[in-house]
Design a protein. Structure first.
Length: 426
């Protein structure tokens, strides 16, 4: 089989045989990275650091760029344009071949991955080591109508699409007073950090566009609905209190202990029967991992995440990390799920594969995350780093520095820095 039907981006291309590397006939081991998220980028970096050109790396992903979720709030509020989230593969993983498509099946006996390309063609990629970093996706099937009518934020371009839709809603509201309040109402389903940050950012965008504070009479309305009693469980109590204050300051209505049970184009129904007329629903509900045939016989948890061992392996020559995996800490508890941990786990996987290739023993997972951060726009936020909570401008500024430092591409980080400066007029 050949790659000819599959858009394939690589620095050089001298051999079209499936499983080969674009640098020519393969002599060294071949590592295939599924997905271009944090796991894959940091696994790539670790492999290149340890093995340089002695390892061949191919990334299989349906997109040509990494999506930087950290800037979601900034894109929604209008502080950054949607392209700030895009780090091209060519910059982030410059020495890797890219097979553009979805991994659809793994054959562990033959060590191959079947990839479905955009044009429907299938190609087969062979591996010596496979890294499963396919992340997870919002479980929109859990609520009728959410799949059809809910906006999502995880994939490249989705935050930009929501921002454009909100601008359209504001324009519609300005054109006709009929339906004005429905056009200017947004329901956010899901009270984790992503839901909280998005509610605040959406509130700021709508308030700036309409000239009326969110929550004021005749102004925009943003309702955050959480089935849990407590919001932003990723933070400690001090951080959660700052979250509550930021939501109040931005006029976001909060409904906790309540479920969205139905979503339509013109509104949302809650489990107590309340109907909220709204033209926009945002799904930041819990996540699930899409099953991958060929790995579906391996142990998973109730969200479909592969259960990794202490070396982050899930099967012979197969590793999994990030949102797609349950990674055990030394204590036995599962590692938290966020970008910082995905970065640490991806790097650990890369190092362990390099050890295996060199004939050394793997190291059990021992990464420690710096902490968690949330941005509330307007130069405020919360940062919990090394057990200490920071707030306000200090938190906002430190978060910006961390996020720029951890962007997958230096070039993109510089571009984003320039965008931020241009916006703030510094
Ligand atoms: C809106 C939002 C905001 C967030 N904000 C923060 C934050 O501020 N701080 C923080 O620490 N964390 C944040 N997170 C969480 C963080 O982004 C995730 O924990 C992190 O992305 C996990 O990294 P990953 O590499 O496992 O997966 P991802 O980064 O999701 O990457 C998965 C990749 O796999 C690809 N893929 C999927 N299926 C296939 C397939 N079958 N074949 C090939 N490729 C496939 C996808 O296209 C993607 O490239 C946020 C998440 C969201 C959704």
């Amino acid at each position: 089989m050949t790659f000819r039907n599959c858009e394939r981006q690589a620095p050089l291309n001298t051999n079209d045989e499936a499983g080969s590397h674009p640098r020519g006939p393969r002599s060294g081991p071949h590592v295939v990275l599924l997905g271009v998220g944090y796991v894959s980028v940091w696994a790539y970096r670790a492999l290149r650091r340890s093995l340089g050109d002695q390892v061949h790396i191919t990334v299989v992903a349906p997109v040509d760029a990494h999506s930087y979720h950290g800037w979601t709030g900034e894109v929604l509020s209008g502080e950054l344009p949607p392209e700030a989230q895009r780090s091209p593969i060519a910059e982030a993983l410059p020495a890797a071949a890219h097979v553009r498509g979805w991994a659809r099946r793994v054959d562990r006996d033959r060590r191959t991955v079947e990839v479905e390309c955009a044009d429907g063609a299938t190609v087969t990629v062979t591996y010596d080591h496979l890294v499963v970093g396919i992340g997870s996706t919002e479980d929109v099937s859990s609520v009728p109508g959410l799949q059809e009518h809910g906006f999502r934020l995880r994939h490249l371009g989705q935050a930009g699409a929501l921002a454009a839709h909100l601008d359209q809603c504001v324009a519609e509201a300005a054109r006709s007073s009929y339906d004005r309040s429905t056009s200017l109402t947004v329901v956010v389903a899901g009270g984790g950090l992503a839901g909280v940050e998005s509610s605040i950012a959406v509130s700021q965008r709508l308030a700036a566009a309409t000239g009326a504070p969110t929550g004021s009479a005749g102004g925009p309305r943003v309702v955050l609905v959480s089935s849990r009693a407590e919001l932003a469980q990723e933070l400690r109590e001090g951080g959660r209190e700052l979250v509550r204050q930021a939501l109040r300051r931005n006029g976001v209505e909060v409904l906790t202990g309540t479920r969205v049970v139905e979503v339509a184009a013109d509104g949302v129904k809650l489990d107590d029967g309340l109907w909220i007329p709204a033209h926009t629903t945002l799904a930041t509900v819990g996540n699930r991992v899409m099953p991958l045939p060929g790995l579906d016989d391996l142990p998973v948890d109730d969200r479909g995440r592969w259960i990794a061992d202490r070396n982050l392996q899930v099967a012979q020559d197969v590793w999994a990390a990030g949102d797609a995996a349950v990674v055990p800490l030394k204590s036995g508890a599962p590692a938290p799920v966020d970008a910082g941990w995905a970065i640490g786990e991806g790097g650990w996987v890369g190092d362990n594969i390099a050890r295996v290739i060199r004939g050394k023993q793997q190291k059990p997972f021992g990464f420690k995350s710096i902490g968690v951060a949330a941005g509330f726009g307007q130069r405020s936020g919360v940062l919990e780093a090394w057990g200490i909570a920071y707030r306000g401008r200090t938190a906002w500024f430190s978060r910006m520095l961390f996020f720029l430092y951890y962007m997958p591409s230096r070039e993109q980080a510089k571009r984003v820095y320039r965008m931020l400066r241009a916006k703030s007029g510094d």
